[in-house]
Design a protein around this ligand. Structure first.
Ligand code: AMP
Length: 125
């Protein structure tokens, strides 16, 4: 069920539970600003989710309300994960779904990193 990408933030979502250690994840990277882990239902050989440590519903919420430090830290974490996974030379895709039309399912901002194979057209037609 697509979620509402605007505030308020509801901390009962699955990624909030992962951040609190109430649910497990296959962790790839963590720092003060971000946690990265393997998607539970991978759509490519590399499919990693990167989430901010702060409580943000979506890219819309984060870009409007995140601090400069949080935004910089998160963006750098996404880039670092891709470099650490050796994705840069072959190329990779970063994607965030925001709200209903994009099919956002989890109400905590997450950026998908896809790689490890040719990724095809940007959108299905
Ligand atoms: P989105 O459609 O952009 O909201 O993507 C949500 C993503 O979260 C999907 O790719 C799911 O496979 C993934 N997902 C849901 N629950 C978990 C979980 N517990 N651990 C890892 N990935 C998850």
């Amino acid at each position: 069920m697509p979620i509402d990408p605007t505030r308020p933030y509801d901390d009962s979502n699955v990624f909030a539970k992962i951040l609190r250690g109430e649910l497990p994840c296959k962790k790839v990277y963590e720092d003060d600003w971000a946690l990265a882990f393997h998607d539970i239902n991978p759509l490519a050989p590399v499919h990693i989710l990167v989430i901010p440590k702060g409580s943000y519903v979506s890219w819309d919420d984060f870009s409007a309300n995140g601090s400069e430090e949080e935004i910089a830290g998160f963006v750098r974490a996404v880039g670092k994960v891709a470099r650490d996974q050796q994705l840069v030379v072959q190329g990779y895709r970063v994607l965030a779904n925001i709200g209903k039309r994009a099919g956002q399912e989890v109400a905590h901002l997450h950026v998908h990193i896809f790689g490890g194979q040719p990724l095809g057209p940007m959108l299905a037609r």
